[in-house]
Design a protein around this ligand. Structure first.
Ligand code: ZN
Length: 89
C-alpha cells in the first residue's frame, strides 16, 4: 500500500500577507510573479520584498561614481515597512 500526500493549494491574491507554510509560500510568490511584480531590496536591511511590502516613500542620497568616469549620482531606494516603523533612514 502506498501513501500519498495531496496538497490542495490555497488561493492567494496580490497583496495578501506571506503565509507560513512552505508550499503556501511558493503558491503565494507565484501569484505575485504571475501578476508581473518584481521584488525590490529594502534600502536598510537588504532583504527582498514585493512592492506592496515596502513603504511608498522613496528616499535618496548622492553617491560618487568611479566606474565610467567620476560623477555624482542620485541613488533612490525604499525601505520595508518594518524598517520604516523602526525609524530607519
Ligand atoms: Zn528593511
Amino acid at each position: 500500500m502506498r501513501n500519498f500526500i495531496i496538497d490542495i493549494g490555497s488561493s492567494f491574491k496580490v497583496g495578501d500577507p506571506c503565509p507560513t507554510g512552505y508550499n503556501d509560500r511558493i503558491a503565494w510568490a507565484q501569484v505575485h510573479m504571475d501578476a508581473g511584480l518584481k521584488q525590490e531590496r529594502c534600502g536598510h536591511c537588504s532583504l527582498w520584498f514585493w512592492p506592496h511590502e515596502l513603504h511608498p516613500e522613496t528616499r535618496s542620497f548622492m553617491a560618487s561614481r568611479i566606474k565610467h568616469g567620476p560623477a555624482n549620482v542620485k541613488v533612490e531606494y525604499r525601505v520595508c515597512l518594518t524598517c520604516h516603523e523602526k525609524g530607519e533612514k
